[in-house]
Write a protein that binds this ligand. Structure first.
Ligand SMILES: CC(C)(COP(=O)(O)OP(=O)(O)OC[C@H]1O[C@@H](n2cnc3c(N)ncnc32)[C@H](O)[C@@H]1OP(=O)(O)O)[C@@H](O)C(=O)NCCC(=O)NCCS
Length: 194
């Protein structure tokens, strides 16, 4: 199945176990060697399901969770998700914040990350947020995905996590409407001559 056959849609409560499964799998794959093995081994899908149920229940107009769902109408498989909302601190001058964005390993590289990011940005713009940022571990090669999506590195910090200090980089998009318009143009079919 190609990435274009995957639906991007707002999360429902019933998606929480699928989101939790992707969360645990991608954390173990992406953060091995960065975050301690004890923490990654201890990640519990049942506990994550409860956390994601709470996030989905708390979703309002300006924040929320999107999923990428592969498969048919009988209930597909959650293969990616992202969450977004208003910035959690005022240290950076961007109104919205992408809290999470993960695509399961088997589905990476098929355009789902970009589509989820676009869906999250659309949600922010509808809520009146014209700019956004996110924090990513500086050691995580996925940060180059954000550079490929025209994110600009704007800040660095160290965050305590599981007993160590982790280096993080913030990427920002100062003009979400412009970013979304550029995506639409690049996905328009080429015009036939004449
Ligand atoms: C980062 C992530 C969300 C990207 O999603 P994806 O579905 O794999 O990415 P896409 O297929 O949408 O890629 C879109 C573009 O970004 C590029 N890209 C993707 N990952 C990249 C990387 N690590 N480095 C450089 N470019 C990258 C792709 O080549 C593609 O470019 P193109 O338009 O020229 O073809 C996904 O790989 C992931 O979940 N990784 C592990 C978890 C993680 O670290 N998440 C981020 C936490 S902040």
């Amino acid at each position: 199945m190609t990435g274009s056959a995957v639906a991007i849609r707002p999360a429902r409560l019933a998606d929480a176990p699928g989101i939790a499964a992707v969360h645990v799998e991608t954390w173990r794959a992406a953060y091995a060697g960065i975050i301690g093995d004890d923490y990654l081994v201890g990640l519990d899908p049942a506990a994550q399901t409860l956390t994601w149920r709470r996030w989905i229940l708390a979703s309002g107009s300006g924040d929320g969770v999107l999923v990428a769902e592969a498969g048919g109408r009988q209930g597909g498989e959650i293969v990616g998700f992202g969450s977004v909302g208003r910035r959690r601190s005022v240290t950076l001058p961007y109104a919205g914040e992408v809290y999470t964005l993960y695509v399961t390993v088997d589905w990476q590289g098929r355009g789902l990350g970009r589509r989820l990011l676009g869906g999250l940005f659309e949600r922010l713009v509808k809520a009146g947020c014209e700019s956004a940022f996110l924090w990513v571990l500086s050691e995580n090669p996925s940060r180059f995905f954000y550079e490929a999506q025209a994110g600009r590195p704007v800040a660095k910090r160290q965050e305590p996590f599981n007993g160590v200090l982790l280096d993080e980089t913030a990427y920002a998009w100062p003009d979400l409407t412009g970013w979304l318009a550029a995506q639409t143009q690049s996905s328009d079919p080429p015009r036939s001559p004449g």
